[in-house]
Write a protein that binds this ligand. Structure first.
Ligand code: FES
Length: 79
């Protein structure tokens, strides 16, 4: 089991489009944060799909330890 790398200890706000699917980087290694760029290949961690329900700002998890999937749940405060 690979360890998730903490990219940053705060949420990453991104403008998203309703109906569009985004692939959140769960491993922390992507150079295209908060999204996957394929860098997880050396780990057993996979990106997580996020389908935007509405157009607007989504707060993606930057620490990679959120229990709310790709979105920030404040877990970075415990790290
Ligand atoms: Fe991190 Fe793909 S680069 S999950």
């Amino acid at each position: 089991m690979s360890e998730r790398v903490i990219f940053q200890k705060k949420a990453m706000p991104v403008e998203v489009e309703a109906g569009k699917t985004y692939y959140w980087c769960a491993c922390g290694l992507s150079a295209r944060q908060p999204f996957c760029d394929g860098s997880h290949g050396s780990t057993d961690i996979l990106p997580v799909a996020y389908k935007a329900e509405a157009t607007g700002k989504a707060f993606f998890c930057g620490c990679k330890h959120s229990k709310n999937g790709p979105l920030c749940d404040g877990s970075h405060k415990e790290l």
